[in-house]
Design a protein around this ligand. Sequence first.
Ligand code: CP
Length: 379
Amino acid sequence: MNPGLKDEKMKKDLIDITDLTTEEIDELIVVAEDIVKTPEKYSEVMRHRKIATLFYEPSTRTRFSFESAMLDLGGSVIGFSSPTECSVSKGESVADTARTAACFADVIAMRHFKDGAAFVAASNVDIPVINAGDGGHMHPTQTLTDLFTIHMEKGGFDNLTVGLCGDLKYGRTVHSLIAAMARYKGVKFILISPDELKIPEAVKTDILEAQKLDYIETDNLEEVMPQLDVLYMTRIQQERFRDQASYERLRDVYILDNKKLESAKPDMCILHPLPRVNEIAVEVDEDPRAAYFRQVRNGKFVRMALIMKLIAAYDSAKEKGETLEKPSQDNAEEFPKNILRCGNSRCISGIEQGLKPLFKKTESGYRCIYCDTKGTRNG
Ligand code: CP
């Protein structure tokens, strides 16, 4: 049924890249590479299976690649590319929309503008849910795409110096990539951003510092350029800013051009999750180090591997009469809103009907289970 996939045990959903073990990521990369070499082997494996692509927020690459992935596996696609196209526009909740999709599809890929939306969807259905980007929170399949591209371009992950440049505050792909690359040996992170767009404290304390990783923060791209093996450029995320003036001030803070690349290593690899606005000059596209359109293409292959693996795990559990576990709410505590509330105005808990405000206790205090933000105490 699923050529190339070794075992069928894994979590039901992919909400956060940490839902995958290092072995599972490595396996997905091996299968994706095999799909590139022998696509015909995989062209029928999802026959009669459907993916529901539920996109509440605009997307070009992620939606196209999920849909192409399922089509190239012999399956088919249902879904929407905007909430205006379906009953979301009448006020239907994330939970009810996901339950409805699960009546027709074998797997859901959801993009939403609120942090934690995919967690809510996954908690309400038995079929696998893939987070295709939830607000400024996580974008794990972009991370799989990034990892697969780094593997293809650099031959592995160990001992790489990775520069992450631009909007490190709202750039969800950066948070997931750090969490994933942190697992490999000798990786060094250089975090390049203006003060206002520095990496969130939660990423610093929970990943970089908790795992004693080698990292530095700087606002100077030119100064660190010669050290980099991978340069991951990001867009300043206009849609996440509360005021337009701050966006205008920061939008062109980093523009990668041929002049700046003169001091880069000859085999440095330039990545960008795209879309770009102005942060990579078009002249750079001709540079063989520019890997961002190869990265787009790679997104389909790694999503093909992921869809196969999640559906295989679901089928296997079903055959045994088991149900795969929904996202963990273990040890989650409910507090009245007047005592503790999520401190994140972009969290799904602020808009989803009937959603309990749940928090998990961590070393740094109570955090919202949907978006990982620290709870804010009232009074
Ligand atoms: N990289 C990425 O998520 O692109 P889209 O927003 O076009 O899907």
